[in-house]
Design a protein around this ligand. Structure first.
Ligand code: NAG
Ligand code: NAG
Ligand code: NAG
Ligand code: NAG
Ligand code: NAG
Ligand code: NAG
Ligand code: NAG
Ligand code: FE2
Length: 482
């Protein structure tokens, strides 16, 4: 660290106290350091983490930012990381000391001088200002490497507006996007080759296809939405390894080093676990306005988690912390919520246990008791490639109050954003807790936090922006005044 810092300050002109952006710019190497895959996420009440990828390592990833177009401040780090098989480095810069609910302009190192973007910080906890956020699950690469308008089940219609494009169209309505696991579907490369959708390759060639799918996804997302709105993500099974739990005779033994154990996912993001006592991008929390948000991990790190070695998901991944760490964190995090400031608690995990399809029983055993004990209001899931809205429910029994001040959490599954595998079918007859199911449409969820008593969820068809389902939860939160 000391030697690197001396090198950095050696860049600065003699007599200058701190390096200027010009000093950082001397480390740029043309096309090799041109930024791509730009995204950012909330990091504590006054922070934002800016992330982007480059073909070469950056000695000192740096971001210039400011309230107006002069960008008079600089933040930098030494975090430029990669892994075997990756073709890029992920650069991460944490900015702190920002004003809440405020727009900043910024520019990342080695970008064109006029390439300015804007981010808006999270709303201060307790601020009752109404706002909206977008929730998606199971979104993959669009186009010839993923979901296309040919050669697959549930193919797009020619010219159909995708979920990425729909989010772009609606972005002025919402503050941030929450993607609850299964990003890109790079691990479908093998299935895509075996189905004849992509040409067959060797294992090494397959690793290059895997990375190409990841890069395409992050670039498509950047261009459509993640360079404009904070992007919060959680872990899904498709982040775990290169073979999606096995395809035909193939197992994860064909995955090359770097394509197992959530490696790409761990490198690409810096979710706010440092700010919330969580772990990497696996479990963490943040606040915005009247809501405390929690992402938890249904893949590894609890008893009989499906992606653990020997687990039902055959993903052979994790654990990432000593036994019990995630559940103890969740309990501590829930217990520490100040419901006077953030009366609402919304949680998300990838695999559902209330759903008309296979259920994650070990997830229910691990997580449901805590959601009930601490009065979680809303629990969101993906993993199933459809949309399903449940009634509030506890211990398999629907809450008789429905959406009118229930004590049980309201459950919604939405894994309908779209990817190479298309959509799947909701099992019938429905469970007694199912209110609405839609399994033929790609879409996303729009949540509107009106005040401390009302939150509305709309399911939006990506193709035409129509609201296909809408419901409002009423909660009489203790001491609520707004
Ligand atoms: C690719 O491999 C699969 C078997 O894994 C085979 O079924 C398919 O015919 C092959 N495709 C081509 C174009 O060789
Ligand atoms: C936005 O996403 C679509 C796929 O949904 C992609 O084809 C398009 O290239 C992206 N837009 C940009 C500007 O990259
Ligand atoms: C995955 O990575 C974690 C953290 O490095 C490690 O503790 C764990 O053993 C790894 N799991 C597998 C299956 O390799
Ligand atoms: C982890 O702890 C739980 C109880 O807290 C226990 O039931 C389980 O056997 C432990 N698992 C391992 C692998 O030690
Ligand atoms: C709903 O079904 C479950 C079993 O699947 C049952 O235990 C429960 O009592 C039923 N509840 C109602 C209100 O019908
Ligand atoms: C809260 O929002 C709901 C939905 O917009 C509205 O009907 C209700 O009147 C609001 N409550 C207060 C106290 O403003
Ligand atoms: C929008 O698309 C959905 C899903 O395909 C369809 O059910 C609905 O009728 C369409 N609405 C309009 C106004 O075109
Ligand atoms: Fe999944």
């Amino acid at each position: 660290m000391a030697a690197r810092a001396i090198f950095l300050f050696g860049l600065a002109a003699a007599g200058q106290a701190a390096p200027s952006m010009k000093d950082f710019h001397r480390t740029c190497q043309g096309e090799k350091t041109t930024p791509e895959q730009l995204h950012f996420n909330y990091a504590g009440d006054r922070g934002m983490t800016i992330s982007w990828n480059t073909k070469a390592k950056l000695e000192f990833p740096a971001v210039r930012y400011g309230r107006d177009r002069w960008l008079d401040q600089i933040a930098f780090s030494e975090v430029s990381v990669t892994y075997p098989t990756s073709t890029t480095y992920s650069n991460h810069v944490f900015i702190d000391g920002l004003e809440p609910d405020t727009e900043y302009s910024f520019s990342v190192l080695c970008a064109d001088e006029n390439d300015h973007h804007r981010f808006k910080t999270s709303i201060a906890p307790g601020n009752p200002r109404p706002y909206t956020f977008a929730f998606i699950g199971d979104l993959g690469t669009m186009g010839p490497l993923g979901l296309a308008d040919y050669g697959q089940e549930d193919a797009l219609s020619p010219g159909e507006i995708t979920t990425m494009q729909s989010l772009g169209q609606f972005k002025n309505q919402f503050e941030f996007v929450w993607h609850d696991g299964d990003l890109a579907y790079a691990d479908d490369w093998l299935k895509e080759e075996r189905n004849g959708f992509l040409p067959n390759t060797t294992t090494e060639g397959g690793a290059a296809v895997y990375e190409a799918i990841l890069n395409a996804f992050y670039n498509e997302m950047a261009q459509n939405i993640t360079m404009d709105r904070p992007y919060m993500v959680g872990p899904g099974n498709h982040e775990a390894n290169c073979d999606n739990g096995g395809s035909g005779p193939y197992t994860d033994s064909i995955c090359m080093e770097g394509q197992t154990n959530f490696t790409g996912f761990r490198n690409h993001f810096r979710m706010p676990s440092a700010q919330s006592g969580g772990l990497e991008n696996f479990w963490f929390s943040w606040d915005s306005g009247l809501v405390h948000y929690i992402q938890f991990n249904t893949e590894t790190d609890f008893p009989d988690a499906p992606d653990l070695p020997g687990g039902s998901g055959e993903e052979n991944a994790g654990p990432f912390a000593p036994n019990g760490t995630q559940i103890e964190w969740l309990k501590r995090d829930l217990a520490s919520v100040d419901r006077k400031k953030t009366p609402w608690i919304i949680v998300a995990g990838h695999r559902p246990w209330y759903v008309d399809d296979s259920k994650c029983d070990s997830c229910q055993t691990a997580f449901e008791p805590l959601l009930l004990e601490y009065g979680v209001d809303i629990a969101l899931f993906g993993h199933k490639h459809f949309y399903e809205r449940m009634t509030p429910i506890a211990n398999n029994t629907p809450d008789s109050k429905g959406l009118n001040n229930p004590s049980a959490p309201w459950y919604i599954v939405n894994g309908a954003a779209g990817h190479y595998e298309g959509l799947s079918s909701v099992d019938t007859p429905y469970e007694n807790y199912t209110v609405k199911a839609i399994d033929t449409v790609y879409g996303w969820s729009r949540f509107t936090v009106h005040n401390c008593t009302h939150i509305t969820q709309d399911f939006i068809a990506s193709a035409n922006g129509t609201v296909l389902d809408s419901a409002t939860l009423y909660k009489n939160h203790d001491g609520c005044k707004f």
